[in-house]
Design a protein around this ligand. Structure first.
Ligand SMILES: [Zn+2]
Length: 844
């Protein structure tokens, strides 16, 4: 008995001792609620905590505390739960739906309410969007425990005045990848040598989600279930303050907002957000970190311009997003130039900032509320002053791409109307600033060095031809995307079927039918055919399915087409004759069978995981087609002959001469290599293809070695050099729509996305430059005049180059950027599905 008591005392006292490092200030704690250490069996900071344990602990808090309730807002690609723990006073918690209604009244510009001080402030403490920046989720556990169990008067006062919503892990799939790594290589004692395996994750690392996407860019684009779930939640609650906790390189201290003074301004944001609110919070973070002896910096770096960050999206919803960056211990303990950084130290800083966020929000409750109310009211007044009354868009040839764009608008609560066969988005609406974000373009900025993209007019991502209108004809409100696509059911034929190649889903349908054993052909010239009582004209790339040439009977074929149409919602037509009304006939030699594709992609150290993930995600989620991911380390023992198509995304490829030759020989045999970005540059530099880069040519011709270099101030170097990179801009290209790589495009100009300095020279072959930058190429974003005139204008965006019986398709720009470039995905899918049909005509 005595022994047992002693053990218990020892246990309690050590646990308090260890955890007091974090929250000594907030005693006493309710003893019936387990601390993280009691629940996990180890002290916070001793190991990295798995996401399932994080969810289990928050669930435990919801069970044991009358202040907390837990809610699941989604699941990740790998099936991990996305949760929010709501903590507030028991009284607030039991009135939550009423409080929510009162809170939301401030976000409705048609309502005028003024009980600013009477409604608690809504705070979303969100953590760990980058999986390998792990301190924040550990801090989330401590923060949740503090608010759920502390009976300290200060905490009780916060709970009365705030509804705190804790999202412990925005990116659980990435977090667990990193957690597994850090725990696997942890030594006893800890190894602080930066060269130890524990501090050096293997490709692709834990930063990104399952498909290697950066979720801290996905708030605007909402491609993934993590962001889609969160957006839905966000627009249900409109929190006043949202945190976004990160880690940066180990040789640093701590960063909080305000951000970089010039670069951080989204031109459509109220200045008050950047100036008043950030300084109000910043002063409190400084005090709190001073009190625990931590060092920090502000204002020097990072920009919140791109509206798809976790710290900028809340700004554009009338709240305040707050970015924190902790120098990473990357592992449990690491030696740095600043001394030793331990995992608990990083956790304590994040914990301190979280509590201080709540403290400051509560202290400025009425101010924050009034700010949010003004934000939405001003949306209507500013929109009212604009000559632009709305934006009109729609693509008659591609209903599924139009649908995907409308889906994006609705996810951001933008009102959309249907008027005839056009869609209209009025500017005068509560989400006016999101409307601007989707449609407006900017080419002039106060600053020119970007942490990320300088262009995000999402309409261009989707190649939506839209125009600003001065008069409105709204029509019917679009409530969901269910009715956007309506295809006439395919009619049975015993002769042939024709499928449009214009629709975004056409490649998916082609793949599906090929997998079912059907042989389809691609039309290299347009034609007009009789289908039933109608004549229908088909563009380049239309798919022809001759019934008598298949190994299945016509009933089976018809059933497969019906299923394909149900799945992919694309137009399909039965025809009874091969004699066309106009153009080529169905038996023409311009209609060529398309063979099945067996695709592979090189991945691993040296390759750009984002671009590889984008290819993988595109094929998985939109085409439903497998792609073999070949780790570069296995390249020597890979038999390439199993594949028809190989994808090389941007990267640093250290392939030996022999390995290069292996690729070249394989292409030679008639296969297709697709290169993106710096992989295209690599293919040219290694002479895999006989193409050129424009900048090399220019440098050798025009560089004047006698010219005296102008001296510039040392301190300006980072800014000056930063300007020369292309952070992410939208450019106009001229397409050859008769080329198989551009089949399915009806417009000769389309927007493309460029975030590199790969400048391809147009091919010497007249028929091989598929996309070239237009005479006035810049649509949106920042590029220096020199880059634009000397590098961009003379360059090509997409060329195809003959190698023996095969070909290399070279993309200068990334057609699959962030999974959201529906407008250029098709170029990539054409290269994949039609690549092997492309010959490069030439005189020799
Ligand atoms: Zn981060």
């Amino acid at each position: 008995m005595f022994k047992k008591l002693l053990l218990l005392v020892l246990f309690v006292s050590t646990s308090i001792h260890a955890q007091d490092y974090f929250f000594k200030k907030f005693h006493p704690f309710n003893q019936s609620i387990p601390s993280p250490e009691e629940f996990l069996g180890y002290g916070i900071g001793e190991h990295h905590t798995r996401h399932d344990l994080i969810v289990a602990y928050l669930t435990k808090l919801a069970e044991t505390s009358d202040r907390a309730s837990i809610y699941q807002y989604g699941a990740t690609h790998e099936g991990r739960k996305l949760v929010i723990l709501t903590i507030t006073s028991p009284e607030n918690l039991s009135n939550l739906s009423q409080l929510k209604e009162q809170h939301l009244a401030f976000t409705d510009p048609t309502k005028t309410v003024s009980n600013y001080n009477e409604v608690p402030i809504f705070i979303n403490l969100a953590y760990n969007v980058h999986g390998n920046e792990p301190s924040s989720s550990e801090a989330a556990l401590l923060t949740a425990y503090t608010f759920a169990a502390s009976n300290n008067p200060e905490i009780l006062r916060y709970l009365e005045n705030a509804v705190i919503m804790i999202d412990p892990t925005i990116n659980p799939d990435g977090r667990d990848r990193h957690t597994q790594w850090a725990n696997t290589y942890q030594g006893t004692p800890n190894v602080s040598d930066p060269q130890d395996a524990e501090h050096n994750e293997y490709w692709p690392g834990g930063r990104t989600n399952h498909y290697w996407f950066d979720l801290n860019r996905d708030w605007l684009l909402a491609i993934h279930p993590e962001s889609q779930g969160k957006l839905k939640w966000f627009h249900e609650w409109y929190p006043n303050v949202v945190t976004d906790f990160h880690e940066m390189g180990s040789n640093a201290t701590y960063f909080f907002e305000p951000m970089k003074v010039n670069g951080s301004l989204d031109p459509i944001m109220p200045k008050e957000n950047y100036e008043d609110l950030n300084n109000m919070f910043g002063a409190e973070f400084a005090k709190a970190l001073d009190s625990i002896g931590s060092f920090y910096f502000t204002k020097e770096v990072f920009d919140g311009t791109y509206p798809g960050y976790g710290s900028s999206y809340p700004d554009i919803q009338g709240g305040l997003g707050l970015l924190f960056e902790q120098a990473s211990s990357r592992g449990h303990e690491q030696k740095t130039a600043f001394g030793k950084i331990t995992f608990p130290f990083t956790i304590r800083n994040q914990y301190t900032s979280g509590i201080t966020t709540v403290k400051t929000a509560v202290a400025n409750k009425a101010y924050m509320r009034k700010y949010q109310q003004n934000f939405f009211k001003s949306a209507l007044t500013i929109a009212g002053k604009s000559k632009i009354r709305g934006y009109e868009f729609g693509d008659a040839y591609d209903a599924n791409r139009t649908k995907a764009f409308i889906d994006k608008l609705l996810q951001h609560q933008i009102d959309v109307y249907k008027s005839g066969n056009r869609y209209v988005v009025p500017t005068k609406q509560a989400q006016y600033r999101m409307v601007q974000t989707m449609f407006e373009t900017y080419t002039k900025y106060r600053d020119s060095v970007y942490y990320d993209a300088s262009a995000w007019s999402v309409g261009n991502f989707y190649n939506m031809k839209y125009k600003a209108v001065n008069t409105l004809n709204l029509g019917e409100k679009v409530e969901s995307t269910e009715t956007v696509v309506s295809v006439a059911p395919v009619q049975k034929s015993d002769y042939a079927y024709i499928l449009d190649w214009d629709d975004y889903n056409a490649p998916a349908a082609l793949h599906y039918l090929q997998e079912k054993g059907l042989v389809l052909s691609s039309s290299f010239k347009p034609f007009t055919a009789q289908s039933g009582n109608n004549s229908k004209s088909f563009g380049y790339g239309a798919l022809v399915l001759p019934v008598s040439l298949q190994n299945k009977d016509s009933d089976e074929i018809f059933a497969l087409l019906q299923t394909a149409q149900e799945k992919f919602q694309i137009p399909m037509y039965g025809v009874d004759s091969g004699y066309s009304l106009k153009g080529i006939d169905l038996g023409s030699r311009y209609i060529q069978p398309v063979s099945k594709v067996k695709a592979a992609m090189l991945i691993g150290t040296g390759t750009r995981s984002y671009e590889a993930g984008e290819v993988w995600h595109l094929l998985d989620t939109r085409v439903h087609m497998p792609i073999t991911k070949i780790p570069l380390r296995n390249f020597n023992r890979i038999n390439l002959d199993k594949y028809t198509t190989l994808v090389m995304v941007s990267g640093r490829y250290n392939l030996s001469k022999k390995q290069q030759e292996k690729i070249k020989q394989w292409v030679n045999k008639g296969n297709t290599l697709i290169t993106i970005g710096t992989a295209s540059k690599w293919a040219i530099e290694k002479k895999l293809v006989k193409e050129k880069l424009t900048d090399v040519e220019r440098d050798s011709l025009t560089k004047d070695s006698t010219k005296i270099t102008e001296r510039k101030p040392y301190v300006d170097a980072p800014e000056n050099l930063g300007k020369e990179s292309v952070g992410g801009i939208i450019l106009r290209v001229d397409l050859d729509t008769t080329h198989p790589l551009a089949f399915g495009y009806r417009d000769k100009t389309i927007p493309v996305y460029k975030n590199n300095t790969v400048w391809l020279a147009p091919s010497k072959n007249e028929y091989a430059t598929v996309a070239k930058y237009s005479r006035k190429p810049l649509i949106d974003g920042f590029i220096t005049d020199e880059n634009r005139d000397e590098n961009l204008k003379p360059s090509a965006s997409l060329i195809v180059s003959k190698v023996g019986s095969g070909r290399v398709v070279l993309f200068a720009d990334n057609p699959n950027f962030r999974g959201s470039w529906y407008g250029t995905n098709r170029l990539f899918l054409n290269a994949l599905f039609l690549g092997n049909k492309i010959s490069v005509p030439s005189r020799d």
